[in-house]
Design a protein. Structure first.
Ligand code: GLA
Length: 514
């Protein structure tokens, strides 16, 4: 009895303490919510943002790497990443644990105002526990993309600021511009389409992508194929929903919707797994297995920026292509730094399994026409995927003529398996060669310098390229692949004047002519 009363008393005390604790967890200081803890900003049209807030008095700031500071004053929260016009800001009237909020970002042309919700979340949601990865094994080849895939992707031009109508417009333009005829097939929806999961855990499109199946049907009706984007992490890079812990389900959803291509981007998986070969391969194999299980032919595009020498194991995890570098940007510096650094790994590409030095920037406005011709020629010499990243609906004739140049595309799509090689380099001039089918050879004379350059090579130097069989050959007829004309040549040497940052691309009509 005594004991019972005592335990009753202690229960009452414990409850009182608990109430007190939970009301402080409910976190009222005076009448104000204490913002300390994890919060999620979500809106129907943008990705998620997780904020780890710390409040001291009225001062509120983010702990960790996102430097936002501000105040909670008279129930109004204001946070900013700085004081200049480019600061990211959050504003909300704080009411309990979930309330409307506005975020303004100035992310170049992609910035904007997002009205959404700020909601308290658990630290487990922000830092989910690591789930087991499969034992590593070699997945069978899915038989797709025997030549490098060709298509269009939304990211380079639009980032996540695009919608269903934009994608449909791009499919229309792919056909009407002649791109489809030139070989471009895949319309790829990059980051920005997903919102979250429904009550059954199924991934859903956001307000800008209300019906992902209908979109796929539309793209298919144009005779094209369609691609989608996700991540082995809980969120893709800009915060939209990823596939973590839902790999099989999402692969099946993508297959059910009719998608033909998945770009799978490491992003927040980096906060859960290690960036080691084993973890990377395991995480990519997990989705590779999930795709295989759907039995739908889905091109699998690995995007982890070349970590863990992906070109050595990407094919084993089911990958059809794998990014070999960080992100390209629409500038000469970025493009040429990436493009010319690919030669050492060129022999890792093989039919169905391609090195991907990132998508094309041709037509986005940051480079000259000569630079874009270099970009396109170099990607073709590398046998890189040709994924256009410009607005196909409004491209100029010049852009179109670059992207649809059939003779350069033929180099990219040639079936001969020998890799590109550096024939010679002198200062900023580089001559690249690649054997083609039927003993023909593609030769690119690249001028990486700022002034016009005379670039030459000796015909007999082509024997340096393994097994090219050019010993003693003189004066073959060559074709200029940008001028679209045959050029008769004489003598032991071929010489061209190449504009600054430009290229002369030629192809021998027959490699064995003597
Ligand atoms: C990464 C990828 C890009 C693009 C963005 C989207 O940076 O490398 O190609 O998909 O994510 O956030």
């Amino acid at each position: 009895m005594k004991i019972t009363r005592l335990s009753l008393l202690s229960t009452i005390i414990a409850c009182a303490l608990l109430l007190c604790a939970s009301s402080s967890a409910l976190a009222q200081t005076g009448s104000q919510t204490d913002m300390t803890g994890y919060w999620k900003f979500s809106s129907p049209t943008s990705g998620l943002d997780y904020l780890q807030l710390k409040q001291t008095g009225e001062a509120v700031s983010t702990a960790g790497r996102r430097p936002l500071t501000g105040t909670l004053h008279a129930g109004k929260l204001h946070l900013a990443s700085g004081t200049d016009a480019n600061a990211t800001t959050y504003d909300a009237v704080v009411k309990g644990e979930k309330f409307p909020a506005t975020r303004i970002t100035h992310d170049g042309p992609w910035g904007g105002t997002d009205t959404g919700t700020l909601e308290r979340v658990t630290s487990e949601e922000v830092h989910p526990a690591r789930l087991p990865l499969p034992d590593l094994r070699d997945l069978p080849d899915n038989g797709l993309v025997r030549t490098p895939p060709m298509g269009w992707n939304s990211w380079n031009k639009f980032h996540d600021r695009f919608d269903d109508a934009t994608v449909r417009g791009m499919a229309d333009a792919m056909v009407s511009s002649g791109m489809a005829k030139a070989g471009y097939t895949y319309i790829i929806v990059d980051e920005g389409w997903s919102s979250g999961r429904d009550a059954n855990g199924k991934i859903t499109g956001n307000a800008r992508f209300p019906d992902m199946k209908a979109l796929a049907d539309y793209v298919h009706s144009k005779g094209l194929k369609i691609g989608i984007y996700s991540s082995p992490g809980p969120q893709v890079c800009g915060g939209y929903q990823g596939s973590y812990g839902h790999e099989e389900e999402d692969a099946q959803t993508f297959a059910d919707w009719g998608y033909d291509y998945l770009k799978y981007d490491w992003c927040s998986a980096g906060g859960i797994y290690q960036s080691t070969w084993a973890d990377l391969e395991g995480a990519y194999q997990k989705m590779g297995e999930a795709l295989e299980k759907t039995r739908r032919p889905i091109v699998y595009s690995l995007c982890e920026y070349g970590a863990g020498d992906v070109w050595k194991w990407g094919a084993k995890s089911g990958g059809n292509l794998w990014r070999t570098t960080g992100d390209i940007s629409d500038s000469w510096q970025s493009m040429q730094r990436i493009g010319f650094a690919q030669l050492d790994i060129a022999n890792n590409a093989q039919a169905g399994h391609w090195n991907d030095p990132d998508m094309l920037e041709v037509g986005n406005g940051g480079m000259t026409a000569d630079e874009y011709r270099t970009h396109f020629s170099l990607w073709a010499m590398l046998r890189a995927p040709l994924i256009a990243g410009n607005d196909l609906r409004t491209m100029t004739d010049e852009t179109k003529s670059i992207l649809t140049n059939p003779e350069i595309i033929a180099i990219d799509q040639d079936l001969e398996a020998k890799p590109v090689q550096l024939l010679s380099q002198e200062g900023t001039s580089e001559v690249l060669v690649r054997p083609l089918t039927g003993s023909a050879v593609a030769i690119g004379l690249f001028n990486r310098g700022d002034k016009p350059a005379e670039i030459s090579f000796r015909w007999d130097s082509l024997h340096l390229g393994q097994g090219l069989g050019f010993g003693g050959m003189r004066g073959p007829t060559v074709r200029d692949l940008w001028k679209h004309e045959d050029i008769p040549t004489t003598g032991d040497t071929f010489t061209a004047t190449v504009p600054p940052h430009g290229v002369v691309m030629i192809q021998t009509t027959s490699g064995r002519r003597r």
